[in-house]
Design a protein around this ligand. Structure first.
Ligand SMILES: *[C@@H]1O[C@H](CO)[C@@H](O)[C@H](O)[C@H]1NC(C)=O
Ligand SMILES: *[C@@H]1O[C@H](CO)[C@@H](O)[C@H](O)[C@H]1NC(C)=O
Ligand SMILES: *[C@@H]1O[C@H](CO)[C@@H](O)[C@H](O)[C@H]1NC(C)=O
Ligand SMILES: *[C@@H]1O[C@H](CO)[C@@H](O)[C@H](O)[C@H]1NC(C)=O
Ligand SMILES: *[C@@H]1O[C@H](CO)[C@@H](O)[C@H](O)[C@H]1NC(C)=O
Ligand SMILES: [Zn+2]
Length: 443
């Protein structure tokens, strides 16, 4: 190679690299389309709907089979910018896309990740809000809400109380998207604080609110997920980074303990989509100047990659009848961690259960029949880019027609209110009252 070629080889990556600047809708679309064209075998670009003002809600999928689900390959997602004035996540996800596609085939870890996972990336859930904010501002601005002035992270059905707000197009698009894929793991990227916050955001005495928290039956897994992200982000684990007197030990918190909210997306994902989602607050300043973006990428890159890998925790497989027909809508749950809306197999008879290493009893139940109980051991040394595989063959013959046609989706009403032991939820704290008064919200 002569000198000129060497120079060219050194310069090329710089030319092709994605700029560290804010990408408005047009620039973002151009970038996503360019990626989809240049890396067509491992990416798929589609819009899941439109915002109030008619902007596309883009999702870029990265994977070995980007266009459709394959049995055994878990679905993962990242969603950013649902508060239009919280902008860091939006740019981080564009850089993550660039990083994944340019490392594929060159970096073994990234190649394995793309080979084993279908990764859905939505850089902006609230493109109208983003466009409404004209310049960087560390604090709340009106672009937080969508064009109709609804806070999208208060706009989902709630498991604890009626949330009778008018569902917005952006929310409805996400709800429909969640129905169309078997998502297993997700994170929702926000700004204004520095913490990884895990469900629930709302609560009831049955989930621990009398102790100022609201925990899921999968609390060990959620804590692990939040720590996985926070521990690799150098500033998140440091105390009082944002100088706002909020102290989050190790950079993680339970959502309700921080402050309760109704109609949030992470609770909805867990209850109604069987998808574990946490909320990541990635910057003290909601909309920092673009000169800061390289530092944010540098601080979050390792966390973003390591978090995706967690989709391979636990156990996965298919449920069949005696004749090897896959059975949809079968309840597959772990004893002692029952979900208020039971987790069920998808149309291919598949289940995915995120679990830490340990011994568990799995309960596979066809409604109206005896449960099938099996002990499983999830090994300490986690599997390499795959959960433990275990299929179940149930002692039934022929197609179970009722399973195939029954609509097993849970009603979107406050499920916890329907519990026999239900009593009134605790009142919001003084802190929450002050937040409302001062209009300072993060997640
Ligand atoms: C796609 O390829 C074109 C032509 O080589 C290049 O100019 C462009 O920067 C590439 N885009 C991305 C996002 O890699
Ligand atoms: C990825 O999958 C393809 C096709 O199944 C296979 O050829 C390739 O070896 C895999 N790469 C890695 C790193 O596992
Ligand atoms: C919300 O709607 C439900 C069902 O339509 C109704 O029973 C409930 O009273 C409403 N709650 C509020 C606070 O409006
Ligand atoms: C992390 O903290 C250091 C020291 O306070 C600071 O210089 C750096 O800019 C911070 N990183 C980001 C992305 O803000
Ligand atoms: C197994 O799950 C089913 C359905 O959720 C439940 O009715 C049953 O009580 C469970 N069995 C045991 C032994 O816990
Ligand atoms: Zn937010």
């Amino acid at each position: 190679m002569d000198f000129a070629c060497l120079w060219l080889a050194l310069l090329l990556p710089l030319v092709a690299a994605l700029d560290f600047k804010y990408h408005h809708q047009e620039g973002m679309e151009a970038f996503l389309k360019s990626v989809a064209q240049n890396y067509s075998s491992i990416t798929y670009l589609h819009s899941i709907g439109k915002s109030v003002q008619g902007r596309n809600l883009w999702v870029l999928v990265v994977g070995q089979f980007p266009k459709e689900h394959r049995i055994g390959i878990p679905e993962f997602k990242y969603v950013a910018n649902m508060h239009g004035d919280e902008t860091v996540g939006r740019e981080l996800l564009l850089h993550l896309i660039h990083y994944l596609v340019t490392r594929h085939g060159k970096d073994l870890e990234i190649t394995n990740l793309i080979n084993s996972t279908r990764i859905h990336i939505m850089p902006s859930m609230n493109p109208d809000g983003f466009e409404a904010v004209r310049k960087p501002d560390c604090y709340y601005s009106n672009g937080r809400e969508n064009y109709n002035q609804y806070d999208l992270n208060r706009n989902f059905p709630d498991a604890f109380e009626y949330n009778n707000v008018s569902r917005q197009p952006e929310t409805l698009a996400v709800m429909k998207w969640l129905k169309s894929e078997t998502f297993v793991l997700s994170a929702n990227l926000h700004g204004g604080a520095l913490v990884a916050s895990y469900p629930f955001d709302n609560g009831d005495p049955a989930t621990g609110t009398l102790h100022s928290r609201s925990l899921t039956p999968d609390d060990d897994v959620f804590q692990h997920l939040a720590h996985t992200y926070a521990s690799r982000n150098p500033n998140m684990t440091k105390p009082d980074q944002c100088k706002n007197k909020m102290n989050f030990p190790d950079g993680v918190t339970n959502g309700y303990s921080w402050y309760p909210l109704q109609g949030g997306m992470q609770d909805y994902n867990y209850i109604w989509a069987q998808c574990f989602e946490i909320t990541l607050e990635l910057s003290c300043c909601k909309y920092p100047r673009e000169e800061k973006l390289p530092y944010f990428w540098n601080d979050n890159k390792a966390s973003l990659i390591e978090y995706i890998k967690q989709v391979h925790l636990g156990i996965k497989g298919q449920v069949f009848d005696q004749n090897k027909n896959p059975l949809p809508n079968v309840i597959v749950e772990v004893q002692d961690r029952k979900h208020i809306c039971p987790f069920r197999t998808n149309k291919h008879g598949e289940y995915y259960l995120l679990l830490l290493p340990g011994t568990y009893e799995i309960n596979v139940t066809v409604p109206g029949h005896e449960p099938y109980l099996t002990k499983v051991v999830i090994p300490e040394k986690s599997q390499h880019f795959s959960a433990l595989k275990k299929n179940f063959v149930l002692p039934f013959q022929g197609q179970l027609d009722s399973l195939l046609v029954s609509d097993s989706s849970c009603p979107t009403i406050p499920l916890y209110k329907m519990l026999p032991s239900h009593s009134a939820a605790t009142k919001p704290s003084l802190f929450l009252f002050l937040l409302t008064l001062l209009h300072i919200f993060f997640k």
